[in-house]
Write a protein that binds this ligand. Structure first.
Ligand code: SF4
Length: 313
């Protein structure tokens, strides 16, 4: 990862319009709650959250821990230091101000004016299949599979003709490929039966497809149809909470908050900017705070130490 903000990564071509936007889900309907739960628990792990802040924002789990501790006072109750106490308060309540949010997106936009997904596709159907395959898999892995698959089958009818057993060898390197193969063929059949072989533009119709949940629907609506939706994956969940942009205890709460606080003119691309930022800068284990373009705006109390360095476009 170069020492530039994620947003600075150049967008790839059409078939490679990209960004791990996709990081979204395939077998979403079977595994969609895990990332959120993990992300929500993370902050809690390292800190002993004081009980009095237990009900507030970001650190839902940590706070819950603090709450339990308060309900059953131990013989030797831990006495949180002033620093920890301040840290938890900041995590719980450090909602970024509108002016800071405006500044944040203005910077992300300046670094990457045209963000895109890293999943390779040329049609809405290819994007739908790619996103459906991307749950718990990398975009790189999905692209490797679809580069072989799409030349052979990139329409609902072709996928149905290929069948589950015919599809599996193309996606065998992707996690959960058995379930994903069944879902992709089933959703292809449903597109033929109910939508004339076209990918519907309505959320309800998308979410009715086998293996397609809210996240996948949001990605398709945003990336294929230009709707101002935000698919909250583990990266966006983390960034929204750490920065104070849109703290929330689960992905749906974060999504609703993002739709509320992100200025209208940034909504269309916010999804990609936030995913790229989470993937390449605000990484889960060790955020690259010294090279972060929004470091001074971010409310995360445990930034990675280091002298701030310039972020180039
Ligand atoms: S300053 Fe650090 S924690 Fe905050 S957004 Fe940047 S990388 Fe993430």
């Amino acid at each position: 990862m170069p020492k530039t903000a994620p947003a600075s990564r150049p967008a790839t071509s059409a078939r490679s319009s990209s960004a791990r936007t996709g990081a979204v889900a395939a077998s979403e309907k079977t595994a969609k709650k895990k990332p959120a739960a993990r992300a929500a628990r993370k902050p809690a792990a390292g800190k002993a959250a004081p009980a009095k802040t237990a009900k507030r924002g970001v650190a839902a789990k940590p706070l819950a821990t603090g709450k339990r501790a308060a309900a059953k006072p131990a013989a030797k109750p831990p006495k949180p230091s002033a620093r920890v106490d301040a840290t938890v308060r900041e995590r719980a309540g450090a909602q970024m101000k509108p002016a800071q949010i405006e500044d944040m997106f203005a910077r992300l936009q300046a670094l990457n004016p045209h963000p895109a997904t890293e999943l390779e596709y040329t049609t809405p159907f290819e994007l739908l299949v790619a996103v459906a395959l991307s749950a718990q898999a990398t975009d790189v892995g999905v692209n490797k599979a679809t580069r072989k698959l799409f030349p052979v089958a990139n329409t609902p009818q072709a996928l149905v003709d290929l069948g589950v057993d015919g599809l599996k060898p193309y996606i065998a390197t992707i996690g959960l490929f058995n379930t994903k193969a069944q879902n992709v063929v089933a959703l292809s059949q449903q597109l033929l039966d109910r939508h004339g072989g076209e990918v519907p533009r309505e959320r309800a119709a998308l979410e009715a497809l086998p293996g397609v949940g809210r996240k996948t629907a949001n990605v398709v609506l945003n990336t294929a149809f230009g709707e101002p939706t935000i698919a909250v994956d583990t990266h966006i969940f983390r960034v929204a909470n750490r920065t104070g942009l849109a703290p929330g205890k689960d992905v749906l709460a974060v999504e609703h908050k993002l739709l509320k606080v992100v200025p209208d003119r940034y909504l269309q691309d916010a999804h990609h900017w936030l995913i790229l930022h989470g993937r390449y800068v605000c990484k889960a284990r060790k955020p690259d705070c010294p090279h972060c373009a929004i470091r001074d705006l971010c409310r995360f109390p445990d930034k990675t130490p280091g002298d701030p360095e310039p972020v180039s476009a």
